[in-house]
Every structure is written in C-alpha cells, then in structure tokens.
Design a protein around this ligand. Structure first.
Ligand SMILES: [Zn+2]
Ligand SMILES: [Zn+2]
Length: 136
C-alpha cells in the first residue's frame, strides 16, 4: 500500500485496504496473523507537509510463553504522521503501520498475567488441570 505524494489532491485522499501480515512483515516467531490487517488512510497535503491519519484494525495470535495456549489479541489503533513534502515522493503505508504494530507487541506473550504454565513433571496445563506434583 503506497501513496505518491503527487497523487494526493487538494481535497485529500482516502484509501482502505486489507493487507496480509506477511506482506507487511509484522509476524514474529511467537506472533502470527490469521487474517489480513485492515488499514484505512486519509492523506492531506499542503505546500510543505503531508498529513496521514491511519486507522488499523485486526487481530493477531500468540502462543503463551508459559502454557503454550494460543491467545488472540485485538489490534485497534489510530495514529497520525506528518511528513515533509520535500524529499518524499512515495509513502509506504505498510511500513508506517508495521512500525506502529511492532511497537505494541508484548515482549513476552502471556495468556494472562498469572498464568500458571505447564507442569514440568506431568505436562498438565496448570490453569485448567489440578496436578499434585508440587505438593510432593
Ligand atoms: Zn498461559
Ligand atoms: Zn504435575
């Protein structure tokens, strides 16, 4: 998803597109997207600057670092970027979106803060099963 600065009319330009996560390179070994990310852009231009308002909607899945359950995280973000017209010819929207999305990723995926993880003894998910290994 790219916009040429010269294509932005006086009245502004609105675009919306579903971008596959693979095309944006927003996945991580522990983070993946099951569906494309919806990106809506409104671009406005004056003599010196291009102002972009970008709204992103979607969700990604991650594997809990402790219990390995899959967790879904909704993505809903709106941000604004101002770029100089001078020196900018083509704006790569996907790149701007990627930078914003990656910023919000948790350092470590957890299904919940107090996830009890998997028992190293018996392999049970301690969130959902009772095991007696610890009481030993
Ligand atoms: Zn967990
Ligand atoms: Zn156990």
């Amino acid at each position: 998803m790219k916009i040429s600065v010269t294509d932005i009319p006086q009245s502004g330009l609105s675009l919306a597109e579903d971008i596959p996560a693979q095309a944006m390179d927003v996945e991580r070994p522990d983070i993946h997207y099951a569906a494309p990310v919806h990106v809506a852009v409104h671009a406005a231009r004056d003599l010196n600057t291009v102002c972009l308002r970008i709204a992103v909607r979607g969700s990604f899945q991650g594997e809990c670092a402790r219990c390995l359950e899959e967790v879904t995280f909704p993505v809903g973000k709106e941000f604004e970027t101002v770029l100089p017209v001078k020196g900018t010819r083509v704006i790569d929207i996907a790149e701007l979106v990627r930078d914003e999305l990656v910023l919000d990723y948790p350092a470590r995926i957890l299904c919940r803060q107090d996830c009890r993880g998997i028992c190293p003894e018996c392999g049970r998910n301690r969130n959902t099963a009772v095991c007696r290994c610890q009481s030993g």
